[in-house]
Design a protein around this ligand. Sequence first.
Ligand SMILES: Cc1cc2nc3c(=O)[nH]c(=O)nc-3n(C[C@H](O)[C@H](O)[C@H](O)COP(=O)(O)OP(=O)(O)OC[C@H]3O[C@@H](n4cnc5c(N)ncnc54)[C@H](O)[C@@H]3O)c2cc1C
Length: 275
Amino acid sequence: MEETLSFLGDHGGSAKIVAGGTDLLVEKPGGVECLIDVNSLPLDYIKEEGEGLRIGALTTIESINGSEILTGPVHVLTEASNVFGHRNVRNLATIGGNLCSSVPSADMATPLMVLDSSAHIASLRGERTVPLEEFFVFVRENALEADEMLIEVRVPPQPPRTGTAFAKIGRTSVDIALVNVAVRLTLGEDDVCRDVRIALGSVAPTPMRSARAEGLLRGKRLDEALIDEAAKAAFEEIRPISDVRSSAEYRRDACKVLAKRCILRALERARGGPD
Ligand SMILES: Cc1cc2nc3c(=O)[nH]c(=O)nc-3n(C[C@H](O)[C@H](O)[C@H](O)COP(=O)(O)OP(=O)(O)OC[C@H]3O[C@@H](n4cnc5c(N)ncnc54)[C@H](O)[C@@H]3O)c2cc1C
């Protein structure tokens, strides 16, 4: 670890970490003089800590997909990993690489955001923790300084009576997302929506929360009309672009449909329905 961090410190922006290489070796960014293969570092783990979780940056998407400890609300990570690329990609691709690529379509970003996760970062100067929502800065830009490495993702304990859901639309079921949505919904004793977090991917320069949709649902007893209204609010809040994968109009409509589906599924799970 110390050797990795000192390489990063010495080479600044011209050094790049290679984890699975499924983004870096496809993207081949310019100006890179030094590749640091970190695969022998002991950062491939999913550990329970109290009622929360610590997931090492080198944990592959396939390990997340097969993990038996991801039950209850954190099962949303399994739901997302299940439609992440095909198995060959999942065997190489890491959770750390997915977050550090910092593209708006990253399938691990939205579920981790709704779980209120944070990124634990290290450099030779010390360690720090950044809430995931502050980690993403712009397309392919994040909070990491040139000498820093993502070490692990920390997921806090989830409140009782909480349900989550993830949904994605891609060209095929395992393609990069045209839109992805994750929702975490917590019910109070009186069946009122005590808290809700809605994260939207591939509809803005970074994965984003829909504050307006969340505000409409929080503190209310949910019915289909209100959920429709919240999905429409998400639709109005996003600023998607048209690109080779999809038109902005399609992304908007897809976002509305996925937001509604995820809210309904998360609500059912908060009421005790199956994962
Ligand atoms: C065919 C194909 C299908 C794909 N399908 C999907 C999909 O369905 N969903 C999806 O979200 N993505 C998909 N991807 C994109 C890619 O697989 C993921 O983003 C993957 O998680 C990247 O992880 P990696 O370990 O391969 O990262 P790498 O390519 O090794 O690294 C990516 C970037 O992150 C940096 N980095 C990596 N680890 C760290 C760290 N610990 N600290 C600091 N910086 C770090 C690297 O320097 C590099 O800049 C697909 C890619 C391919 C080629």
